[in-house]
Design a protein around this ligand. Structure first.
Ligand SMILES: [Zn+2]
Length: 326
């Protein structure tokens, strides 16, 4: 099987809470060893920035996690490759090798400085989750009281990310912020780890309309395995709830949109999922529920993979037209 996961917190956990333990050993849900059975594996590794950090302390925190991830290319030599493009993913995703994509969860890592978008891009960051649950310089998260949308700075960041070919991630953003992004983005957007609010009423989940807006940008929505987002009775959540949310998104015309955003090592897993080693079983579960091989392949790989291609293509296209003008 091929597995493309739009979000996990494993690297941040290893860097800060597991004493720098290698990604080979990993944290609670994901390790390179436990994923080595996957034929082709692409994994987004997020640097999660705690909401209370601002300015230089947010930058320092980001850089520490980034450097940890860089170091893993040596520590886990031959098994872990940082990818900056779909060409890199083609080259490195294979059995026993993880094609990793670097992301930042929480725009506080920019410290309110627009030039830092490019600095992060140069570091290899290819996705920014604009906010976490609270407010930051870019806008308000979904749990901010009387949440507003994006700030003027947040809007500038989205435009810059479009230009550089970085994926704009609306997971965690407030509803107002979501519509601000939708209005200004020119490139496809993603909710890298968000379930359906129709099936589980939670401000972290997407309304039907939001899902369709992302679908129409030719974006991607990753199903989050978090028990609280899968089921209103979080203790009842099991593997079949992942199918339930997927099926619902498919019913909204999401067959080229829905993918996986596991949130490994960032949340509690539903019954039946212990970590990345359960993904083969999940794949089989889809097949047993009469999903076509083609659809399951799209959910587990193609939709996320093509999304990254479209984000990059968009950036190449606008840069070309700017160069012509210049
Ligand atoms: Zn998250």
């Amino acid at each position: 099987m091929r597995f493309f996961d739009m979000h996990c917190d494993t690297a941040t956990e290893c860097a800060f809470n597991f004493g720098g333990r290698s990604l080979s050993e990993g944290a609670f849900h994901l390790s390179l060893k436990r994923g080595a059975y996957i034929d082709s594996w692409a994994q987004v590794f997020a640097v999660f920035i705690p909401d209370e950090l601002r300015g230089q302390s947010a930058i320092d925190y980001y850089e520490r996690a980034r450097d940890y991830i860089y170091s893993q290319q040596k520590v886990c030599e031959g098994k872990f490759y940082l990818c900056k493009s779909t060409e890199d993913i083609d080259k490195y995703a294979g059995k026993g090798r993880c094609a990793a994509i670097l992301s930042v969860e929480g725009g506080a890592a920019l410290a309110g400085d627009i030039s830092r978008v490019e600095a992060l891009h140069n570091d290899g960051v290819r996705l920014i989750t604009l906010t976490w649950n609270g407010p930051n310089e870019l806008g308000d998260g979904n749990m901010t009281e009387n949440a507003g949308g994006l700030t003027a700075f947040g809007k500038d960041v989205v435009a810059k990310m479009n230009e550089l070919g970085m994926a704009v991630d609306v997971s965690h953003l407030s509803d107002k912020g979501f519509y601000d992004v939708a209005e200004i983005t020119k490139a496809p957007i993603t909710a890298s780890h968000s379930c359906s609010r129709r099936l589980c009423k939670h401000s972290r989940n997407l309304t039907d309309e939001m899902f369709c807006v992302i679908r129409d940008t030719k974006g991607a929505v990753g199903i989050n395995f978090c028990t609280k987002f899968l089921h209103e009775d979080e203790y009842a959540a099991d593997m079949t709830d992942i199918l339930r949310h997927t099926e619902y998104y498919l019913s909204l015309g999401g067959d080229n949109t829905v993918c996986i955003g596991s949130d490994f090592d960032g949340t509690d897993m539903p019954k039946g999922v212990t970590g990345v080693e359960s993904m083969g079983e999940l794949y089989e579960l889809f097949l047993r529920h009469n999903y076509s091989e083609d659809t399951v392949r799209k959910i587990f790989w193609d939709n996320a993979y093509s999304f990254w291609g479209r984000v990059t293509d968009f950036s190449r296209a606008i840069n070309k037209s700017t160069n012509l003008k210049g």
